[in-house]
Design a protein. Structure first.
Length: 140
């Protein structure tokens, strides 16, 4: 059974030159636990164009997948000790990306959920950036 949740996703990125970016988004999401996998589905809307991206996040003890389709399509997979390669789709074309997961953890406390993954990200073969995604979910 799906539960309506408030999902807060915070992305952190530190470029090789030391510049840091922090982005936070809050979304109305639907949550369900499927065989120990925590599944969140939600929509992201671009504040400038209004374009919608359908997003799904699947988090388990072993791995984490973020799948986006629509305006900003991408699949990001995280698993400790692994290197995952995929494409990040943009309006100007596809950018190859590589993700090396460093640490990953999650905790469910009653109806609340918290997870974080730390990883390095290489875009277009450039230098690796230190990144993290934190997810917090609570019932509406």
């Amino acid at each position: 059974m799906k539960t309506e949740m408030r999902l807060t996703v915070t992305g952190e990125q530190r470029d090789p030159d030391g510049r840091a970016d922090l982005n936070t988004g809050c979304y109305r999401a639907f949550y369900e636990n499927i065989d120990g996998r925590h599944v969140f589905t939600y929509q992201e809307r671009d504040p400038d164009s209004g374009a919608v991206t359908e997003s799904e996040m699947i988090i388990s003890q072993e791995s984490w997948t973020i799948r986006r389709s629509g305006a900003r399509a991408a699949v990001m997979r995280f698993a400790p000790g692994s290197r995952e390669e995929s494409l990040y789709e943009t309006v100007i074309g596809s950018i190859p990306m590589a993700i090396c997961t460093k640490r990953m953890g999650m905790r469910k406390m009653g109806e609340r959920f918290l997870a974080k993954v730390s990883y390095s990200l290489e875009l277009g073969g450039g230098e690796a950036m230190d990144c993290a995604v934190t997810v917090k979910a609570e019932p509406l």
